[in-house]
Design a protein around this ligand. Structure first.
Ligand code: ZN
Length: 462
């Protein structure tokens, strides 16, 4: 079995990956808040962790990997969107989830094994909050109720800040920006908050209300993957406070040392050297690009080109180059067809080294240069690249393979002076609407507008 090494944010080391349970790999990645189209920055973790998912499935077997990615479908931004538009929350979240699946599908991302919606796990969240309020085996309570809110008591968890390694004073300064009077410590964060009648709410021991954002990932990861699982992923912007809060909630409620063994974070995405922001006018969605005719696979290629932990600068120039580069792999379309998926050894070793995609791409180019289509073709597909945008449509591809074979049979027959057989092949090709020319190099052919595949497939004429 190939050894996989992954950089672990928790330990700040690249480590040999070993699943907690043999032959059973469990991974959680924070998903989108569903009120709007996914922008290009949202797509980066999706394709990065899709490559990891594909690698793990290749190494451990598809059935041995469980990948969960959530949908945050209860959030004040969704409530605001509903109030603005007069539409129901369920309408907005259902539609947005559909968009997300379509857009990420266009980027070649596999569908995770579980895609929990936060609103389907409210009882699990309430149970976890109750566990945090109850005293633990040392008699410590990790959460408290105040004015209809339930807050996590950050000073009760001495490990707080260890994942993101933020200095305490920096975390405190960030928290002080908006301090509610009911908080005992400025860093305490919301687990549950009261809902007014016009807001979505659920009955709870603390009155009608709704969960804070962080608790949903802790509750859903526990329900789907267990109290401790192998890999937790997300963008680096989530490391603090979101992931720090997830760790605090999960470890305190479950009485565990760690929530996830390995924490992985992808770097920021910038646009033309600047932070992407609606106010800077450089903000665009995946759908905007697809609508402009940029193939999903080209978007995927560009998102993967930089190492996942490095920042990625998205530029128009880079996009054009990515398109040319990816198309170069399909210069000989007949050799890139087929359906089998397999990651060839040199690419596998690159990916197993903390998802070194730039190295993997160099290996792909090496296969292309040496015309090693036997490895290149199944490896491209295994990485989510099918070449559908450059390859001829499937029937033409398979017929051209068939015609190539017939033309070479024709040449063999002629070389063996079996002219009767050679003529029969030639006539069959012509009948099917193929133009046939005899050259010094052998039989040359091309499709004419009269091409009739059915005639080519008739058997017994030759
Ligand atoms: Zn999360």
């Amino acid at each position: 079995m190939t050894d996989i090494h992954l950089y672990n944010t928790r330990t700040r080391k690249k480590e040999l990956f070993k699943p907690l349970r043999e032959g059973d790999v469990r991974m959680y990645v924070c998903g989108p808040t569903v009120y709007d189209r996914a922008h290009i920055g949202n797509a980066r973790p999706v394709v990065v962790f899709d490559v990891l998912y594909r690698l793990l499935r290749h190494v451990y077997g598809a059935g041995a990997v469980t990948y969960a990615r959530n949908f945050t479908d209860v959030d004040d931004k969704i409530n605001a969107r509903a109030a603005e538009t007069g539409r129901s929350i369920r309408d907005i979240t259902d539609e947005t989830i559909g968009w997300f699946m379509d857009d990420m599908g266009a980027l070649g991302a596999l569908v995770p094994d579980a895609q929990p919606r936060a609103t389907e796990y409210i009882p699990e969240m309430v149970a976890m909050i109750e566990a945090l309020i109850a005293p633990d085996d040392k008699g410590v309570r990790h959460a408290y109720e105040a004015e209809g809110h339930v807050l996590f008591d950050v000073p009760s968890f001495p490990d707080y800040g260890k994942l993101s390694r933020r200095p305490l004073d920096e975390m405190q300064a960030g928290a002080r920006v908006e301090v509610a009077t009911y908080k005992r410590d400025p860093m305490d964060f919301v687990l549950w908050k009261p809902s007014t009648d016009d807001l979505p709410g659920w009955d709870s021991p603390w009155g009608r209300g709704r969960p804070g954002w962080h608790i949903e990932c802790s509750a859903m990861a526990k329900a789907l993957l267990g109290e401790t699982f192998d890999i937790h992923g997300g963008g680096i912007d989530l490391a603090f406070p979101h992931h720090e809060n997830e760790v605090a909630q999960s470890c305190c409620a479950n009485h565990t040392e760690v929530m996830a063994k390995v924490w992985m974070h992808n770097g920021f995405l910038q646009v033309e050297g600047e932070k992407m922001a609606k106010s800077l006018g450089n903000f665009f969605t995946v759908k905007d690009l697809l609508d402009k005719g940029v193939p999903g696979e080209v978007i995927r290629w560009l998102l993967l080109k930089a190492h996942y932990r490095q920042p990625l600068d998205w530029t128009e120039k880079g996009l054009a180059a990515a398109k040319r580069e990816l198309a170069s792999f399909y210069e000989f379309p007949e050799d890139m067809g087929g359906e089998d998926e397999r990651i060839a050894e040199p690419v596998l070793l690159a990916l197993a080294d903390d998802l070194n995609v730039p190295k993997a791409i160099a290996e792909l180019h090496e296969m292309r240069r040496s015309m090693n289509f036997h490895d290149l073709s199944p490896t491209m597909r295994a990485l989510g690249f099918y070449g559908a945008w450059v390859l001829p449509s499937e029937p033409e591809l398979s017929y051209s393979t068939m015609i190539h074979a017939m033309a070479s049979d024709l040449d063999d027959a002629r070389n063996n002076k079996d002219y009767k057989y050679a003529d029969a092949i030639r006539e069959k090709l012509i009948r099917a609407g193929i133009e046939v020319r005899t050259t010094k190099q052998g039989t040359d052919w091309k499709f004419t507008p009269d091409f009739d595949a059915a005639k080519l497939e008739e058997i017994g004429d030759v």
